[in-house]
Design a protein around this ligand. Structure first.
Ligand code: ADE
Ligand code: ZN
Length: 337
């Protein structure tokens, strides 16, 4: 059955793959550049948007790390996350698990505390202001080395009671998960959840490594898993959640056209796929835009959309009682709409 146009917007959902630095809209980038007296190589918001044309992941990352330079003080990180939560709430997001890249900031001399405290304050405010709960996931930049990842884990020590897990992002090709096996083992010992980007541009072997060497609890992207039937079986049988990002896949040329996006093929093969926005300010849409775009391109109906939303709650790091409460609300919404 086809869904009503606003069915997607109000559909209760969790967002599980969102880089907070990737939610920096050009308007806020300009405002922060002015506030912090940072020079940026653009003279208008339109010029920034016009520069957002990418042929691959690295093309995007170069501009994404440059954009993050306007983030300097705690208030900047608060404003960044505060703006994201307002957008997420308007998109029916009830719970978000957000990534941050501390090394992007500590390498510029911004203390870990400035970043973490700003984000955590905004997460707290989102709960009261919008009724949106959230968790924080610390990502290691995979183009940097293992020692740098260990140093970041150490810097995070005073905040570990407020950090749900660790992730792995940045340039995938040439930086296999095995490079971070020991730091992920240490994070596991600390009781942190583990997630990793794998199979976005990298081969299925990187997904096997993320499973077997990093012992991930959730797989970010995972698109290229579909090239390996044994891997698809492993992911399906273990109930692994995949955080899929349709507009990101389009903008980074992981798919040539959304009409060829494998999201429904993933569901049909028993994979617990979810829909997420990745870096919404750079890829042209927040989470509901991602649902709408892929639903239109692939002809997804109400049952598939409800399944995707269901997967977003079951694949979250909420506890079982919290998941159950979200699923009750989701089922009631689907029954009534
Ligand atoms: N950092 C931000 N967005 C990313 C993506 N899509 N893949 C890898 N690293 C990222
Ligand atoms: Zn990502």
């Amino acid at each position: 059955m086809t869904a009503a146009p606003d069915f997607i917007t109000r559909l209760p959902k969790a967002e599980l793959h969102l880089h907070i630095e990737g939610s920096l809209e050009p308007e806020l980038m300009f405002a922060l550049a002015k506030r912090n007296r940072v020079a940026i190589p653009f003279d208008s918001v339109e010029a920034v948007r016009a520069a957002y044309s990418f042929s691959n992941l690295q093309d995007f990352l170069d501009i994404y790390y440059a954009g993050a330079d306007v983030l300097r003080v705690e208030q900047d990180f608060y404003d960044l996350a505060d703006a994201y939560f307002a957008r997420a709430a308007a998109d029916g997001v009830a719970h978000a698990e957000i990534f941050f890249d501390p090394q992007t900031h500590t390498d510029r001399g911004i203390p870990f505390q400035v970043v973490a405290d700003g984000l955590l304050s905004a997460m707290h405010a989102a709960e009261t202001r919008h009724g949106v709960s959230s968790k924080l996931i610390l990502c290691f930049l995979r183009h940097l080395d293992e020692d740098a990842a260990f140093a970041t884990l150490k810097a995070a020590d005073p905040w570990l009671d407020r950090i749900a897990g660790v992730g792995l992002d940045s340039s995938e090709l040439g930086h296999p998960p095995e490079k971070f096996a020991r730091v992920f083992a240490a994070a596991g010992e600390l009781g942190l959840k583990r997630v990793a980007h794998a199979g976005e541009e990298g081969p299925p072997d990187y997904v096997w490594q993320a499973l077997d060497l990093l012992k991930i609890d959730r797989l970010d992207h995972g698109n290229r898993s579909l090239e390996d039937p044994a891997l698809v079986r492993r992911l399906a049988e273990s109930g692994m959640t995949l955080t899929v990002c349709p507009l990101s896949n389009l903008k980074l040329c992981v798919v040539d056209n959304l009409t060829n996006h494998p999201l429904d093929q993933m569901l049909a093969q028993g994979l617990r796929a979810t829909v997420n926005s990745d870096d919404p300010a750079y890829f042209g849409g927040y989470v509901a835009d991602n649902y709408r775009a892929v639903a239109a391109a692939r002809g997804l109906g109400k049952a598939e959309l409800a399944q995707l939303a269901r997967n977003s709650f079951t694949g979250s790091f909420l506890d079982e009682a919290e998941k159950a409460a979200h699923l009750v609300r989701l089922d009631a919404y689907v029954a009534a709409n």
